[in-house]
Write a new protein. Sequence first.
Length: 368
Amino acid sequence: MTLLLPPLLDLSPAQREVLALPFEESHLVTGSPGAGKTITAIYRAAALHRSGRPTVMLMYSKVLSAYTRAAVAQIGAADIATTYHKWLHAFWQKHYRRSPPKLDRYDIDWMACLKKIISDPPVMEQRPYLVVDEGQDMPADFYLALGALSSSVTVFADENQRIGPRQSTLREIVAALGTKPPVALPRTVRNSRPVRDLADHFCPGGSSTDLLPDGPAPRLIRVPHKADVADHLLLHEKQHPNETIGVVSHRSRDLFYYHHQLNYRTINPLQGYVSGRSAGTLSDPAFNGPGIKLITWQSVKGLEFDSVVVPELQTVPGDVASDSMGMNLYVLVTRARRHLTFMYSGVGEPALVDALPKHLLDLSQYRP
């Protein structure tokens, strides 16, 4: 699964304006899913890179990083894209001969990093240009540290896609980097109109969907048993062999189950990614080509698929009416270009299913 970059001349006027923003200043660029933030970020990073100054494009997720590297390779700059964890560890080892300070096993202590950078500045021939994609995924203190390292940080973010407790609002990013007011990219066409209408239910206030392409309404399906989900996926792939099909599960263990059920039965190579050291067969974040891609809610941010299937809704915990659940569903829905299916197994109607806007769904295969 590769993000195909449009030719530079095909970018919208708003995207080209972002590329032309002053190199020696920090900027915040916003936009909803489908606005072309990642494509614009790639071209912005490539333009900075061609100036001859060290340039790094940072993001949170390994999957998004692999997805972006494949796209950046199309314009000859694949080495500039990485995760912020990997980049910071390499930077800290190079300049301080140790690992960066941490709050716990996974979380960087960004305030300790900032204090170290200020008290013992790293020796650099040139300060890097930094580009951050899905910038709402990083904590506000992250931007204080970046601002101490570089006077040129370009951040692409959508605060409606914040799905973790240590992430940033647009206001926090502006305050940390001292940028001017955000530059907004207008919505472009990624999703079909029915998919976008459902997304707007979870995050109202978007622009009109009247000009978006039509498509099938998102479906809700109940199956008697978990194994029936695999049969549904195999049938969908048979009917759409040239599509990318994202299977986005809340629990990683369900993805291992589906991998076991689907392996050697699919038309295209079966691919998947689960973060962690015990991922085994689901450890490669570099998705490519059509076919079924297994991934968690946590890792799907920034990706897009022709079809998205969200199974096992009965396993999703939490308050279905909370803002965080709404943001999670907004992110999930907007990953689908055309086909979107929600599924659950067993008897009874889970709370999350009960809360879905049924008037926006195709219920022709739904038997509660």
